[in-house]
Design a protein around this ligand. Structure first.
Ligand code: NAD
Length: 479
């Protein structure tokens, strides 16, 4: 157990509480393999209590109005900015990402909360001109209590996207984040409580994921489902939502292509792509993960990319100068190792990396593979690790076809100096998130989300509130 790590509890109806059945799991520091603490599991009656609390709190929160709501949310955001270093340290301990990256994530989560708090004040309806004896209007109203499930890769950013959109829209929420990284989200919830959020508006559960989602999703009190995670789990939860006719957001995985054209500077492109590739040790749904490079600059790009990947300092994220931390768990380390071993056994060449780092912790070397055969699992399964296969192309249309050939459609990237080529790729890519001449991340003012099996619904921007609102058409005849 670590003194630096908070005690983890459930938060139900404004009260911090232990799991009533005594079940739980150890929380492991992925850099040291030390046990940080224990996460309690909610029992069925506690899940029901959280749903009941969200149901009871909803009409009061909805009717309190946008000024009251945004006041509390902005106060919570300010507290999170103040506490970012302290919360970032807990995130590094439980998830592994370097301290600066972790604290930066808390600041970004707080900024996203500020943005949604303001946007919630602009959830306007409209008046439609009609005859003299009728007022025809469109009203938007919060959909109701939300059931949300988020994974471990962004312990602050993931939960905050759902909590901030739900609360800003006027909904209450029951959220089940990852049991592997419960400390960060507990400190987020504490900031909301300290900001004066009324009891029951935000409820935090940990437990056996399948037990909780099977109880939360069908419950009639829950009106909207929001999930981020893997495609198989997303399909399962979307099925549960569909059988109860619940609307849902599914923010699932991807396998982002990066098309590097001959008219770009290959060295500059390689350097910016490496920075994006190593963020969170590649455990990002939008991580650049299939590099397709014009053959005319392939050697220059691959050399610069390999050199920059090999130079990345890997280690415990609490140590100064570390650029990339461990995989979140032994499970993820084993999965990444298996994908690389499979590719190499089929003939791929290791330009750099290719192995787990010897010793304690779940570290994997930043890895570049070339000559990866088409039947290698790495080219069709999301690596979710610091692994980059690089291949040459001769024809842009063929590269686009390869890029679009998978069932995913989340992020896609391109490097080109030609506006016409960029526009061709923007039109041709089957992806919901495109970056040209960089591989940058999400911003609160614009929507993120997928095509195809990468899911549906958007987070961020005005679109991000849409799922949490219902639209009413009102025709009011004047007597
Ligand atoms: P996983 O699918 O087992 O778990 C992902 C998250 O979903 C976890 O936090 C887990 O608690 C939750 N979950 C699992 N089953 C659930 C259920 N029945 N009900 C509710 N929640 C449930 O995957 P993993 O091993 O943690 O990660 C592996 C893969 O997941 C990656 O390869 C990647 O494709 C995907 N992933 C995607 C994202 C994303 O941001 N889109 C994030 C994390 C993981």
């Amino acid at each position: 157990m670590s003194d630096e790590y908070p005690e983890i509890r459930l938060y139900i109806d404004g009260q911090w509480t232990d799991g009533s059945g005594g079940r739980g799991d150890d929380i492991v520091n992925p850099a040291t393999e030390e046990v940080l603490g224990r996460v309690p599991f909610a029992e069925g009656d506690q899940v029901d209590a959280a749903i009941a609390a969200a149901k009871a709190a909803f009409p009061k929160w909805r009717d309190a109005g946008p000024d009251f709501r945004s006041g509390i949310l902005l106060k919570a955001a300010a507290l999170l900015h103040q506490r970012a270093d302290e919360i970032g340290r807990v995130m590094t301990l439980e998830e592994g990402k370097p301290l600066a990256e972790a604290a930066g994530e808390v600041h970004r989560a707080a900024t996203g909360l500020q943005w949604n708090a303001e946007e919630g004040r602009r959830a306007y309806g409209r008046i439609i001109p009609s005859g003299p004896d009728e007022i025809l209007s469109v009203r938007v109203t919060p959909v109701g209590p939300v059931g949300a499930f988020v994974p471990w890769n962004f312990p602050a950013g993931g939960p905050m996207r759902k909590i901030s959109a739900a609360l800003a829209a006027g909904c209450s929420i029951v959220i089940k984040p990852s049991e592997e990284v419960p400390g960060t989200v507990s400190l987020l919830v504490k900031a909301f409580a300290d900001a004066g959020l009324p009891a029951g508006v935000l409820n935090l559960l940990f437990g056996v994921p399948d037990e909780i989602s099977r109880r939360v999703i069908p419950d009639p009190a829950i009106r909207f489902i929001a999930f981020t995670g893997s495609i198989p789990v997303g399909k399962h939860l979307a099925g549960l939502a569909a059988s109860a006719m619940k609307p849902a957001h599914m923010e699932l995985g991807g396998h982002a292509p990066v098309i590097v054209c001959a008219d770009t500077d290959p060295v500059k492109a390689a350097k910016t792509a490496v920075r994006a590739k190593i963020v969170n040790a590649g455990q990002v749904c939008t991580s650049p993960s299939r590099f397709l490079v014009d053959r005319r600059i392939y050697d220059d790009f691959t050399a610069a990319f390999t050199e920059a990947m090999a130079a990345i300092k890997v280690g415990n994220g609490l140590e100064p100068g570390v650029q990339m931390g461990p995989m979140v768990s032994h499970r993820r380390l084993a999965a990444v190792s298996k994908l690389v071993e499979d590719a190499v056994s089929l003939g791929a060449k290791v330009a750099t990396g290719g192995k787990a780092v010897d010793g304690t912790g779940f570290f994997y070397q930043p890895t570049v593979l070339t000559d990866v055969p088409a039947n290698a699992a790495l080219l069709s399964e999301e690596p979710f690790g610091p692994v980059a296969p690089v291949a040459a192309f001769d024809d842009l249309d063929e590269a686009l076809e390869v890029a679009n050939s998978l069932p995913f459609g989340l992020a896609a990237y391109a490097y080109t100096d030609s506006a016409a080529t960029a526009e061709k790729l923007i039109a041709g890519y089957e992806a919901g998130i495109l970056s040209i001449n960089h591989c940058g991340g999400s911003v609160p003012q614009a929507p993120s989300g997928g095509f195809k099996e990468s899911g549906y619904g958007r987070e961020g921007g005005p679109e991000g509130l849409e799922g949490y609102l219902v639209t009413k058409r009102v025709s009011h005849r004047l007597q």
